[in-house]
Design a protein. Structure first.
Length: 77
């Protein structure tokens, strides 16, 4: 019986062609992720997190008080 040496499910891509396809695929993934990161950074550059509602009112807190809930973690405007 002859041994089955052709076990490839898809195309049999080896050598320089396979290396170029893998390199192009990785570079396209990198370009996509960098583009998405830049878009996210630009969108959030003017919409930064403002901790003033939490930090600004911590002076009024007592160690054990039920009123502490109204000072902590207020929703963003």
């Amino acid at each position: 019986m002859a041994e089955n040496t052709k076990r490839s499910v898809c195309l049999n891509i080896n050598g320089i062609t396979g290396m170029l396809i893998a390199t192009l695929l990785l570079l396209s993934i990198l370009a996509t992720l960098v583009t998405l990161a830049i878009k996210t950074e630009r969108a959030n550059a003017t919409n930064f997190y403002d901790p003033a509602p939490i930090v600004g009112s911590l002076d009024n807190l007592k160690a054990h008080s039920v009123d502490n809930a109204k000072f902590a973690f207020q929703p963003v405007k």
